[in-house]
Write a protein that binds this ligand. Sequence first.
Ligand SMILES: [Zn+2]
Ligand SMILES: [Zn+2]
Length: 338
Amino acid sequence: MHEYRGVIHVHSTYSDGKGCVERIVDAANRTHADFVILTDHNTMKAREDGHEGRHGGVLLLVGEEITPNTNADHYLAFGITSAIAPSPDPAKNVEAVRRQGGIGMIAHPTGGAFVKGEYMEYPWTNWEAGPFNGIEIWNHIYDITGKSKNIFQLALYALFPWLAPYGPEEGVLETWDYYVSQRGRRVVAVGGVDAHGIIGDYEDDFVTVSTYILTPDPFDGTLKHDSALVYAAIREGRCFVGADKVAGASSFRCQVESGGELVQMGGTAQLAHGATLTVSSPGPGLIRVIRDGVLLMEEWGSSLATGLDRRGAYRVEVKRKACRRYVPWIFGNHIYVA
Ligand SMILES: [Zn+2]
Ligand SMILES: [Zn+2]
């Protein structure tokens, strides 16, 4: 498997971002990202203008953040070919992405933000809106804006982002597990930066929350081949969310070996005698194994192996110790044991 670091959810001057596409790919190259998914509000003009493709070491892909004028229900669309006009009904946006064969991700599901000095909320309002593909479980900008109770805290967290109580928003992990384990849905978790180049520069944002993908083949430098690898990995959940602002998250692995078969995140393993889940963390941390939304075990270390004797959806998260407390760091997608 080959690993690539993705910076997902970025805004440019095509909507309300401060930087042009050249500025963004420059920041991505400087921070050694492998791919960037641009998601401007309600436009894919960057694609029409021919910006999609390789820029130095970075693959730039253009999606859209479908943004109704209701201050709610922001929906990230990847792998679509033409911009989708936002409907105030999120179910219509979910369906429009599906019709184009795209991948739809619920953005910052509960997040709040300060806009012109006023606190606004931008939540996802209808979880039954149809077959969304995944959830942006961790949004870097909402670590700062959504967790500030007033304008003074906002200024404090903008200046010293590591002081903000960061991590996935409240209830998001539970919702994700609910759809996977209780509703039998394949729901993929990604992490986004929501970079606008306003609170912190693009370079700062691009080393905060990454989505790492695993691909069977390496990138070959062409848009067609490499974009297909990125979208397949995200669609299938062959990816993990890593907060590089906590510590470098590259090289996290979680897999199930069962009946002589090795299955990665996003895959399905058939339960056989001697089935084993193995985890390898890029550094020591509290490794937690969760089955069907329930904590199965947790252990401090850089690796873990445990036998599996029950079917279910397994996922692993790793917490890191910082300032004498455990902080969220890495979230792997589910492996389905059938
Ligand atoms: Zn948004
Ligand atoms: Zn956004």
